[in-house]
Design a protein around this ligand. Structure first.
Ligand code: F0G
Length: 451
């Protein structure tokens, strides 16, 4: 089966190298599994050239700003606008872009009142072209996949990665193979992959099972893996931190709070924070904290019960299907980031995340369930005294409200948490649809009832 053009040797580049996160070995090329040839741990991308010719912080800031006025395709992307700190391309015309990034940083006045943290912001990655943060990584990884000559890209997914990968593959003229757990991802996400033309396989297993199968597949077939094990994905996703800092006029927030699933995103954002600090773009490191669902709390347990030394996998179960992951691939990278930025890992219940989701909805923006763990987690971190009321906090909202309408409708109709005592406290957040006769009188009486 000729899935790859014969000239391809693998991904090789000039301005960066691959470094093993465990043994530190450097290499110019990465194998199909993106693991270290010596010890088998994950690889990350590193830029040795920065040591010889350190990029100048002030020049970077003004260059990135000036690109906002450009109509050049790479500048219109909120990811490639930061290309000075990304793996370089010889020709910028090679970029596969859907004008991702440049997402809004919203103030959250209602949630600020609820949490008692006035300086509260949401970086809304759900405003990306396919509705999630995955697009930020996918533009980079898909570009390098095509550049290396791959005809097929593949991923295991809880839905968003597959939607994003399928879109970028389609834009870039590649075929895509999606492996998703049957019955465990939202129809919205699945329908995106179908429309973008992916070969979509619903496997009778969970996400972790899909990912295991993909690992075996890439060893046997020349399909290019676009899960977040792929370090190009994380380079794209790290630009979120550059953009947040730019939006805050380079005043570092005290805290950045991220949902944790496979733990690629927290690793990527943390990598950017460390790089910005090293290059003098910021003088102080924000603390990066990760929030997981109680039913998919592998990192929480890994840190609490094993001191971050070995992974404690869990059988994952949560209605926030995006983070229904029990065996997170990038746990070691995330544990390192939490240590380096002095962040923490917390967990929230299904009830807490559903309530927080409705509160974010009431701000007029909304998000998908997995994103709402950030607000629910923040409430806990404030209670614990880890986040102080005078500190600035950025919540990373990873997915759009429209990604999981079933969850939202069940919540508002009161079908969620039936028989749960605390559910009475949700009444003011619930706005169920009202079925009426099509008469003016009925509508006016309803209006009066709510007035
Ligand atoms: N939020 C959303 C909306 C997600 O889709 C994911 C992951 C996460 C948070 C967690 O990010 O895995 O980098 O820690 N979704 C992946 C997928 C696994 O396949 O779409 P992470």
């Amino acid at each position: 089966m000729a899935l790859v053009s014969s000239s391809v040797e693998g991904v090789r580049q000039k301005n960066f190298q691959f470094r093993c996160i465990a043994c530190g070995s450097l290499s110019d090329a990465a194998g199909q599994d993106f693991r270290c040839g010596k010890c088998g741990d994950l690889l990350e991308i590193t830029y040795p050239a920065w040591k010889e010719a350190r990029p100048d912080a002030a020049t970077l800031k003004s260059e990135w700003k000036s690109r906002k006025l450009s109509s050049h395709a790479a500048d219109l992307s909120g990811i490639w606008r930061f290309r000075d700190l990304l793996p370089t391309l010889e020709d910028e015309a090679e970029v596969i872009t859907l004008r991702e990034g440049n997402t809004p940083l919203y103030e959250l006045p209602r949630c600020a009142r609820i949490t008692g943290v006035p300086h509260l912001f949401a970086k809304h990655q759900g405003m990306n072209p396919t509705g999630s943060f995955k697009d930020a990584g996918m533009t980079v990884a898909a570009t390098f996949a095509r550049r290396a000559g791959f005809r097929w890209v593949a991923c295991a997914s809880t839905g968003n990665t597959s939607a994003s990968m399928a879109a970028y593959a389609a834009r870039g003229g590649m075929r895509s193979l999606v492996l998703v757990p049957e019955g465990k991802i939202s129809w919205s996400k699945l329908s995106q992959a179908l429309d973008y033309g992916a070969v979509t396989c619903q496997l009778r297993t969970d996400f972790d099972g899909c990912l295991r199968l993909l690992q075996d597949l890439v060893r046997q077939a020349p399909v290019y893996q676009l899960n977040s094990i792929n370090p190009f994905r994380l380079e794209g996703q790290k630009t979120l931190a550059f953009e947040v800092l730019e939006q805050l006029d380079w005043q570092p927030p005290d805290h950045i709070i991220v949902p944790g699933g496979n733990l690629g995103n927290s690793s990527a954002i943390g990598k950017a924070l460390l790089e910005m600090h090293e290059l003098g773009l910021i003088s102080r490191l924000p603390r990066l904290s990760v929030i997981q669902a109680e039913g998919a709390n592998a990192l929480v347990r890994t840190l609490r019960e094993a001191g971050g030394k070995r992974l404690i996998s869990v059988p994952a179960e949560t209605r926030a299907t995006a983070i229904r992951i029990g065996n997170p691939a990038s746990w070691k990278k995330a544990a390192h980031i939490l240590e380096a930025t002095r962040g923490v890992c917390e967990q929230v219940s299904e009830f807490e995340l559903a309530q927080a989701k409705a509160e974010i909805g009431a701000e007029g923006m909304g998000c998908e369930p997995a994103s709402a763990v950030t607000l629910a987690g923040l409430k806990k971190l404030v209670k614990q005294g880890f986040v102080k009321p005078d500190e600035t906090v950025v919540l990373v909202l990873t997915g759009n409200l429209l990604k999981d309408p079933d969850f939202t409708i069940e919540f508002h109709r009161g079908e969620m948490f039936q028989g749960v005592k605390e559910a009475a406290g949700l009444t003011s957040l619930r706005h169920p649809p009202i079925v009426l006769d099509a008469s003016l009188d009925a509508v006016i009486r309803t209006l009066e009832r709510f007035n």
